[in-house]
Design a protein around this ligand. Structure first.
Ligand code: GAP
Length: 428
């Protein structure tokens, strides 16, 4: 089994990621997060928000809708340009993005294909209930459009002045031709975007600044720095809106893969929305009175994609002293679903269970903890290792005598005896 298969199996087995609508046979490109996965994903989003918004005086957040005025997608260029070149295998009739074909059909090996055809990736829907009066609309193909739409609102309603950024985490939808590799390329996914508005003369300075900042972010998140790199988009392959662009790539089991894009969008977006909406989106400098269309540096990454790469980054199989192998997710402690697991050593001894409840209640006000009283301690450790819980705390007979518990470290498997009153300090 390769790492993708192992991670896919672990994600299902331990409630991290489930295929959507599985009882109906599944639906390609859609996934649900389970009880463990939702905690991790929420932690991941909080981690990004803290880094990008909470710790900066010049970045504010918004939360926009998935459906916007349909003209937004004409103005953005997506109705016309947001497509993949797709070819069809003449033998098995499977369709592939042209860039996925290396001479032969990946499904049947045939070497003959139809001419490439362009497919638009936007999902269409309709607003209104009366047949004939329904208005065609789109599920947003990229989350960032709401940020451009609200540029003027934010300037008018906050104390921000240029240079400043607007951040958002939200869903995007793309009718991908070949969704694949678990959540790596799915049809419904979340993006974390930040659009930084600057004076045109300052573009290079802020483009370089955000490249560095975003790489620093990923280096702090992943364990294996050597699996991160920048890749500049060749000039002839730039997205239709970009003047320059770099990807931050992570080395996935199948090779280097895009994790986030840093795009030099210039004045493309605001200019387009000015033209299509007729609204003046120019900015007036409060000090000099200069009026101009702000230019934009965009950082746009995939939450689900980062989540998947984190699983690759954290997954280890280790041989233990007793000759058995353990699977452990050495995931960043801020991202782990639970900071600690609380185990009563036995579940049929009232005093031990009660004492364990006390410990659970003591900690759960401050951090996310999980309770497990099922099976032997070895099995409980194995389960918590597989979901990446940094600490396991066991309450036993000695606890009743001296108020100490055993704290076991996920990564080193070392066990130490800690006084209950010192537990919070020890864990933090
Ligand atoms: N606003 C710019 C934009 O959307 P993008 O490179 O198309 O740029 C940004 O997307 C990020 O969104 C990508 O780096 C990737 O992490 C994520 N992403 C894009 N398509 C995806 C898909 N089908 N499934 C999961 N994540 C995707």
């Amino acid at each position: 089994m390769d790492l993708l298969q192992k991670v896919t199996a672990l994600a299902k087995r331990r409630g991290i990621i489930y295929p959507n609508s599985e009882i109906y046979g599944g639906i390609g490109g859609f996934y649900d997060y389970g009880p463990v996965g939702v905690e991790m994903k929420n932690n991941l989003k909080k981690y990004w928000w803290k880094y990008m918004v909470d710790t900066r005086e010049n970045v504010v957040g918004i939360d926009g809708t998935i459906i916007t005025h349909p003209k937004v997608w004409e103005a953005s260029g997506h109705v016309e340009n947001f497509g993949d070149e797709v070819v069809e295998c003449k033998k098995c009739h499977k369709r592939f993005r042209e860039d996925e074909i290396d001479k032969a059909c990946p499904h049947c090996g045939n070497k003959e294909f139809t001419e490439p055809r362009s497919y638009n990736l936007l999902f269409e829907t309709h607003i209104g209930v009366v047949e004939g009066d329904k208005q065609k609309a789109y599920l947003r193909g990229e989350a960032c459009q709401n940020i451009y739409l609200n540029f003027k609102n934010v300037v008018d309603s906050t104390r921000q002045s240029i240079p400043f950024g607007i951040a958002q985490i939200g869903k995007a939808f793309r009718n991908e031709v070949t969704p694949q590799k678990l959540t790596f390329r799915s049809r419904e996914f979340e993006q974390w975007d930040m659009e930084f508005y600057v004076h045109p003369d300052d573009m290079k300075k802020y483009f370089d600044y955000w490249m560095e900042e975003r790489m620093k972010f990923y280096k702090g998140l992943y364990r294996k720095e050597e699996n991160l790199r920048f890749k500049q988009h060749p000039k002839d392959q730039l997205a239709f809106y970009a003047k320059d662009a770099y990807d931050i790539e992570y080395k996935a089991p199948w090779g280097w893969a895009e994790n986030e894009g840093i795009h030099w969008r210039g004045d493309y977006d605001l200019k387009q929305h000015m033209e299509f909406s007729g609204t003046d989106l120019r900015y007036t400098d409060p000090h000099t009175g200069e009026k101009y269309i702000p230019h934009i540096v965009e950082t746009s990454g995939g939450v689900d994609r980062t989540f998947l790469m984190l699983l690759f980054d954290a997954y280890e199989e280790e041989e233990m002293a007793n000759g058995n192998t353990r699977t452990v997710l050495k995931i960043h402690k801020d991202i782990a679903a639970y900071k600690a697991a609380v185990f009563p050593l036995v579940s049929n001894k009232e005093e031990v269970v009660e004492k364990a409840r006390e410990v659970f209640d003591l900690l759960s006000g401050d951090m996310k903890v999980v309770w497990d009283a099922r099976g032997n301690i070895g099995k409980r450790y194995r389960y918590q290792d597989e979901i990446g819980t940094p600490y396991c705390i066991t309450i036993d007979y000695d606890t009743l005598e001296d108020d100490t518990v055993t704290v076991r470290d996920r990564d080193t498997m070392e066990q130490t005896r800690v006084k209950i009153e010192d537990l919070k300090d020890t864990l933090s």
